[in-house]
Structures are given as structure tokens and as C-alpha cells.
Design a protein around this ligand. Structure first.
Ligand code: F6R
Length: 240
């Protein structure tokens, strides 16, 4: 694991944003795996700023997002689809036809999982996968469990995740289920970039890097991937 520690989330936004921009400049038709949540926002801001300044174009990239809430219209302001357009896609020149999401409203999660796996494979796999980490060590919505997951699937969110994310839902109750890429699909990415900021992530970060590899702390599986870059701020790195 290549662990890089920065003072704060703004510095990480620049460093991780540079990594993505450089990658896109080298391989304009690359496939990026993207995450939502508060953590990647400074990175997305940096990428959008670089585009606005004419330093990089994203017109040929393809993206696959990690997860999407179930039982929430795609157009709802809290869907991850809306999040990505608000925070990144509307600010860069990505072709909207090349952005991909799991369908949280599918009536057949297994068929949806197969569709997503095929779509990723047809693009040659994910070149760089961006991840955040939950307070309980989840990546995407792979919650602590008795076994590591495989391809995408529908999951019941844990109370820890509901507590963390329900602050964003001011009009309707937060969904209790999500469609998420599984650990197996995430581990297929050629390169993984994980960002963790803030003291609430320190315990999970310690387990991910120094603990045993266990599905009870899903991010610990990243110890077994051979190209992982971890960006931490000082608060998230405090227990290392
Ligand atoms: C979101 C995702 C989640 C978040 C995690 C951290 O697509 O996959 O695993 O990365 O819940 O969320 P934030 O960044 O809001 O602390």
C-alpha cells in the first residue's frame, strides 16, 4: 500500500485530483470508477478546475459509479446519479452517454449485477477506482459481513451507514437498501485510490492498513491488491 499523508482534505483534493488528471492526459479513453460522499468532493473540484482552465479534457473517458440507493428516483437530489452531475459531470466535458450507474430501482438485482459486470468488462475493466471508506470500514456499500462479496448486489444498509448518511435526507427518510459493486468487482480495478479524511475514519483506517484481512472490515481486503494508493489527512492517520 502506498500511503500518503497530507495536512487536510484540501491538500488531498489537489494531490488526488492531479493523479486523476495526469492519468486522463496519458490515457484519454480511460475507464474511471467513481465514488460519492463528502470525501471525493475536493478531488472533483480540482478536476473541474483543471478542465475549466483548459488543462485537461475528459471527453473520451468512461465512468462507472460504485453504488446507488434503492427505492429512490434517479432524479431525486440525493441519488448518487444527481450527486455526480452536481459535483463533477456538469462541470467537465464527459460524454453523458459514457457515465454508468447501477440501477437502484431494478426489480432484478441479479440481472442488473450481470449487466454492470458486462458493461465494465466490455470497456476493458476499470483503470483507476476511487474509493472512500465508511466509519465501519465499508467500501462502496460492502458492509461488515461474514464473507467478502463478489460482483454487484443489493444490500441492506447498516445502522452506522444510515446514521452517517441520513443527515443528507431532509425531505424523505433515507433509503434502507442500495445496489453496490461487490468487493470482487472492486478488486478487479487495475489501480485503486482510497481517500480518508477526518478523525471519524481513524479507527477504520488503522484496521484497513494494520489489521487482519477480514470481511468484518471490508476495506482490509485492499492489503491484497498490488496497486493501491491511500490518501489520508492527519486526523484519519492519527492511529497509525
Ligand atoms: C460512496 C461510497 C461509500 C463512501 C463512504 C464514505 O459511493 O461508496 O463507501 O465512500 O460511505 O462516505 P463519506 O465520504 O461521505 O464519508
Amino acid at each position: 500500500m502506498d500511503i500518503r499523508i497530507f495536512k487536510n482534505e484540501q491538500e488531498i483534493g489537489v494531490a488526488a485530483g492531479q493523479l486523476f488528471c495526469e492519468f486522463v492526459k496519458e490515457k484519454p479513453e480511460c475507464v474511471l470508477g467513481l465514488a460519492t460522499g463528502a470525501t471525493p468532493v475536493p478531488t472533483y473540484n480540482y478536476m473541474a478546475a483543471q478542465y475549466a482552465e483548459g488543462n485537461v479534457s475528459f471527453k473520451d473517458i468512461t465512468t462507472f459509479n460504485l453504488d446507488e440507493y434503492c427505492d429512490l428516483p434517479k432524479e431525486h437530489k440525493n441519488s448518487y446519479y444527481s450527486f455526480m452531475f452536481e459535483n463533477l459531470f456538469s462541470k467537465i466535458d464527459v460524454n453523458p452517454e459514457n457515465v454508468n450507474f447501477l440501477d437502484g430501482n431494478t426489480t432484478d438485482p441479479e440481472a442488473e449485477s450481470a449487466r454492470y459486470a458486462e458493461a465494465i468488462a466490455s470497456k476493458g475493466g476499470i483503470d483507476v477506482q476511487l474509493l472512500g471508506i465508511g466509519r465501519n470500514g465499508h467500501i462502496a456499500f460492502n458492509e461488515p459481513a461474514d464473507a467478502f462479496t463478489g460482483e454487484s448486489f443489493k444490500i441492506a444498509l447498516t445502522q452506522s451507514t444510515i446514521d452517517a448518511n441520513s443527515i443528507y435526507f431532509d425531505d424523505i427518510p433515507m433509503p434502507r437498501y442500495a445496489m453496490t459493486m461487490g468487493i470482487g468487482s472492486i478488486m478487479k480495478a487495475k489501480k485503486i485510490v482510497l481517500i480518508a479524511t477526518g478523525s471519524s475514519k481513524a479507527e477504520a483506517v488503522k484496521g484497513m492498513i494494520k489489521g487482519e484481512v477480514t470481511p468484518q472490515l471490508p476495506a482490509s481486503i485492499l492489503q491484497q491488491h498490488d496497486d493501491v494508493v491511500i490518501f489520508l489527512d492527519e486526523a484519519a492517520a492519527a492511529l497509525l
